[in-house]
Design a protein around this ligand. Sequence first.
Ligand code: PGA
Ligand code: ZN
Length: 409
Amino acid sequence: MIIESLTIQEIFDSRGEPTIEVELVVPGHHSFLAKIPSGKSRGMHEAAVLSYADAQKVLHDTLRTRVIGLDFQTVKELDTFLIKLDGTPQKEKLGGNVMLGVSIAFARALAYEKGKELWEMLHDEFFPRTDISKQPLIFANLINGGVHADNNLDIQEYMAVAEPRAGYRETVQKLISLYERLGFVIEEERGVNPHTSRGVGVKRLPLGDEEGYEVNFKDNFAPIAIMEKLIRESELQGEFRIALDAAASEFYKDGKYVFGGKALTTDDLVAQYEAYFKKSDLLFSIEDPCDEKDFDGFKEMVKRAGDRWVVADDLTTTDPRLIDRYAEERCMTGVIIKANQIGTLTETCEAIHVAQKRGIRVVVSHRSGETDDAFLVHIAKACGADGVKIGAPAKERIIKYDELIRLYS
Ligand code: PGA
Ligand code: ZN
């Protein structure tokens, strides 16, 4: 399929910060868009993000002269060409955000040409033997901390993990009501009367970057205790559990973890998490428990976590080589997949392949700065992901939930 034209617009993400939208036109004047999300707690190996001005420069100086008019038959063909054209380890020249925009918009064009959904096209090209009837768990961030919130929590995300036992529509509905009731409980705990005309929880509590509640708590364990109690009182413990994303690189300072007001060693921190696992039966997984360079901490966490998942995000940054290496070294049992960490769909799918081959659970994830583009749900469906990580079921995040319902109904 020939790429007839490419344009880049400056748009804004859910934090109100600039990001880019790539528009690609193919013969017949059909145009296809891709909107790129942006992260705040970013791993050091992530692909470079170009500003809008630099992206425009790349578009005019390189993409328009080197890519327009070329004919690519597959996403892999295009991505391989772009990777070679960029030629840098972290995509500093063309920008991971620009390359991913072109990659996704082109995949949408190919899907359109074949009369397929994006996920079907990705499935056929990258995962032809994968069972697409698999239903991913939903990781929904209900309480925000760390760099995603203005509160006293060191842990960045407290998520509900929902198993779609009765289908996604019903599960999402239960998740929405759990989120609302959680707001109610948090207000009561803070001594606020939730029974007022101004609405409860989500309608008036402060919300963090991923629309989870961002109030102060007694300590880092308190949100787990509140969520566990609520899930049990709602008799949802068969379908709902709890996940954490510590995003520990963000509280690692001068060789120590500044956690709960104390400076902890790796051993202290892992022991703290282990104590959390002992106290909470519903605690299901922990993401980035340690700093992205603290491989021994990850390894120790895996040893002590039993059957709970230890998920890597900043450690692996959707890089197939890093995933392979840290899977081999038993630093994780699950991995976060974020296409913009690596910068093309082809490498994203390769990262998933490597994880699946090594028996590592795959969780396809949003970023904290999101757009209304739901491509992550298509990647998840195409590869038979074990989980999707989406944020709270509210505001701009609801777009991904709605796409989940549509694709899995
Ligand atoms: P980010 O964080 O999108 O701000 O990088 C999300 C995460 O750590 O999972
Ligand atoms: Zn993370």
